[in-house]
Structures are given as structure tokens and as C-alpha cells.
Design a protein around this ligand. Structure first.
Ligand SMILES: C[S@@+](CC[C@H](N)C(=O)[O-])C[C@H]1O[C@@H](n2cnc3c(N)ncnc32)[C@H](O)[C@@H]1O
Length: 301
């Protein structure tokens, strides 16, 4: 068995078993001492024991989110740092691991140094419930089911629209996954009793529900257009009022900040609208009869 695998197994035994002395004993002569890692201010809630995601699950998460060099990945409860380290090493992403157990932070920092990714992969000993995650473009979570749901409001509040959130095994209640994958993973049998794993991918949607006043070029419509959008998570539908006439919006979609729909204007002309919702406005282009025209909508309520 390779030495780093043996050391992970020792840590797994120590970090799941506690007491604290066992945790420190688990790292034989670590280059960075666990006691040198700063302490969080108050005693945090234990959101889950240290059970590392198998490598297949890590790859699956990174693939499903399409992680690349422009991403900032935050792993909430980062264990031995493997998700952040793999994203930095293989995808060129920047990452932050938030972890409460000092030996695991020490191990993660040491691995990042050894593998030459310390400039892109950072690790902090902090409570994941109180650490700001707003800089993330991708968040990964492998925690107990109740904890995952306790994080729901925090994630919704702090993450920008378009941010991808991946959870291993436990879905986020009330959120609709954009996709999910279940696959065989014999390594999971020991930890969960099931030789399989599930990964859920969510994308934080912009808040676009409500009434919008649209401004369009005369070549598109000379009528006053008001949009009434109804939103539940990323599910969107709605109506438009075009010069006092009510028209249902067709093929309404929301993906992060990206909004699109089709709308039948005067004389039965069908226009395909696309736009980005940002800072209280939606801006984009509308395609009609081979032309692409700019349009904008401002919040009316
Ligand atoms: C199931 S492990 C997941 C490790 C890693 N994310 C992975 O998927 O391989 C959960 C980790 O969360 C850490 N943890 C639990 N509660 C925490 C808290 N309040 N703040 C930070 N980390 C926490 C545990 O110490 C453990 O290492």
C-alpha cells in the first residue's frame, strides 16, 4: 500500500474516533504541526465525521461542474483536501478547503506544498457554518444529511447566481438538481453500507420572479411590454402584457443569470428573447425574422 494511502487510513481512523490526542498521534512528525494551525473562535457543530470521497466521486463532481482554470472551488469540510487539491492539480482551478480538524488541515497544506499547488490550493481551520463562501464559483459538500440542509439558507444568501453546488450522497431539500448521477463505488460499502455513490449538481438561480417593464426597439414592437415572471428555484414561467393583450411566455428557462423565453408579438411575429439578469435588470438580445435586436427590462415591482 502506498505511504500516502496508509497515512490517509491512519487519519481516517483517528479523525473519526477522536479523542483529540488520537488525532495528533495520527500524523507522524508532520512538517506543519497541527497545534500551529489557528483555532476557530468557538466550538463548532460537528457537521460530519471524516470520511473521504473516493477518487471516482471527486472526478465525477469536477466533471459534472465542468471545473476549469477560471473556477474558485470551496470544499465545506475538506477532510484531507483531496477535492481542492485535485481541482488545482488537474483542472488548474483555485480552491479553498474549510476544515475543523487540525491534523487534516496540516496534511492538506503539506500535500499542496509537496504537489506544487500551494499557490492555488489553500486550507483554513475554520467552522464551515461561519466561513464566508461568497467568492466560490463551485462549492462541494460531503456532510451529514441534516447539515446539508442547515447550510441551505447560507448558500442561497452568499453564493452568486450561476455558482454550482455539488453534494455527495445527500440532496439539498427544496432545491431542484440540474442533474444527478448515481454510480457503482465499491469503496463506499465500508463507510455507508452501500457500494454506490450519488452526486447532485445544483446551480444558484438569479432571483427574477416578479414584474418587469421591457424596453425594446420599435423594429421589435411598438407596444408597451410588461413581463410577469413566476419563479420556484430555477423553474420559471410567466405571462407578458403586450399593449394590453395578455400573451403566455413560451419555453421559459432560467440557468444561473441566463433567462430565455419566446414571445408572440403583434401580427403573430414570434421573437426569441435571451438575457442576463443582473443588478435589477435583464439585458440581452431578441431574435426575430433573422435579426438580433437589443432589449432590456427593469424591475417594475
Ligand atoms: C465526510 S468528510 C468529507 C471530506 C471531503 N470533503 C471529501 O469529500 O473527501 C466531512 C469533513 O467535514 C469536517 N467538518 C465537520 N464539521 C465541520 C465544521 N463545523 N467546520 C469545518 N469542517 C467540519 C470533518 O472534520 C470532515 O473532515
Amino acid at each position: 500500500m502506498p505511504a500516502d494511502r496508509r497515512s490517509t487510513l491512519r487519519l481516517l481512523a483517528a479523525c473519526t474516533a477522536q479523542p483529540p490526542l488520537a488525532l495528533f498521534a495520527a500524523l507522524a512528525a508532520p512538517p506543519l504541526r497541527a497545534q500551529d494551525v489557528p483555532q476557530p473562535e468557538k466550538q463548532p457543530i460537528m457537521a460530519g465525521p471524516y470520511v473521504p470521497s473516493p477518487d471516482t466521486v471527486v472526478s465525477q463532481m469536477l466533471d459534472m461542474a465542468g471545473v476549469g482554470p477560471d473556477d474558485v472551488l470551496i470544499d465545506m469540510g475538506s477532510g484531507d483536501g483531496r477535492i481542492v487539491l485535485t481541482a488545482a492539480k488537474l483542472r488548474g482551478a483555485r480552491g479553498l478547503g474549510i476544515e475543523i480538524q487540525a491534523p487534516l488541515i496540516a496534511l492538506s497544506i503539506e500535500t499542496a506544498r509537496r504537489e506544487g499547488v500551494a499557490d492555488r490550493a489553500r486550507f483554513v481551520r475554520q467552522d464551515l457554518f461561519t466561513t464566508d463562501v461568497s467568492e466560490a464559483t463551485v462549492v462541494t459538500i460531503y456532510l451529514l444529511p441534516d447539515t446539508v440542509n442547515m447550510l441551505r439558507d447560507k448558500l442561497r444568501r452568499e453564493l452568486r447566481p450561476g455558482t454550482r453546488v455539488l453534494t455527495h450522497d445527500y440532496p439539498i431539500a427544496g432545491w431542484l438538481p440540474e442533474s444527478w448521477q448515481r454510480f457503482d463505488e465499491p469503496e463506499k460499502k465500508g463507510a455507508t453500507g452501500q457500494p454506490s455513490a450519488t452526486v447532485y449538481l445544483y446551480r444558484i438561480p438569479a432571483q427574477v420572479g416578479g414584474r418587469w417593464q421591457a424596453t425594446v426597439p420599435a423594429a421589435l414592437s411598438r407596444q408597451r411590454i410588461v413581463l410577469e415572471l413566476r419563479q420556484q428555484w430555477q423553474m420559471l414561467d410567466g405571462m407578458a402584457t403586450v399593449g394590453g393583450r395578455e400573451v403566455p411566455l413560451e419555453d421559459v428557462r432560467l440557468r444561473g443569470e441566463a433567462v430565455s423565453f419566446r414571445l408572440r408579438l403583434e401580427h403573430g411575429r414570434l421573437a426569441s428573447f435571451e438575457g442576463r439578469a443582473r443588478d435589477g435588470a435583464i439585458e440581452g438580445t431578441a431574435a426575430i425574422e433573422g435579426a438580433a435586436l437589443p432589449w432590456r427590462a427593469a424591475r417594475a415591482s
